[in-house]
Design a protein. Structure first.
Length: 148
């Protein structure tokens, strides 16, 4: 039986053509450039604002992340992928609670930006999903000092 060996340039040409295909199969990095914990999130759930009615601010309180910081996730109970990381002392607006306060939906400004631009200190007519311009996500209960 005779074995066929491709010419020297053919194998390297195949390898060069295969590299872009391999790169396409990699998942995109999570938003906010946070490292993936264990893969893509299974669920995402936007944070709701205005749940307390039109006479109160869209998010109920400004709180401070406890020492040690916290991870921000895509949905309550979803811990496969980290959306962002918040340092201890960072301010967040608490907008929604889930699972008996085990999770809080928060809105927060990017480092170095004005938190007033988030727009959650004023009322909204109807409860709705937060659409920006600031960042949003879910943090575990007990990782913030409420109303600081």
């Amino acid at each position: 039986m005779k074995t066929l060996i491709p010419p020297h340039g053919t194998l390297s040409l195949f390898a060069v053509l295969a590299l872009p295909l391999a790169a396409c199969s990699q998942p995109a990095p999570p938003t906010e450039n946070a490292p993936a914990v264990a893969g893509e999130p299974l669920a995402t759930r936007a944070v709701m604002i205005g749940t307390e009615g039109p006479s109160l601010p869209a998010c109920s309180s400004i709180s401070r992340v406890k020492a040690g910081g916290t991870d921000v996730y895509w949905a309550p109970g979803e811990t496969r992928a980290v959306k962002a990381k918040l340092a201890g002392g960072a301010n967040v607006s608490l907008c929604e609670a889930a699972e008996n306060d085990a999770w809080f939906g928060v809105v927060f400004a990017a480092p170095g930006t004005d938190p007033d631009m988030c727009g959650v200190g004023k009322s909204v007519r109807d409860a709705r999903e937060y659409q920006g311009p600031c960042r949003w996500g879910w943090i575990r209960g007990g990782t913030v000092q409420l109303g600081s």
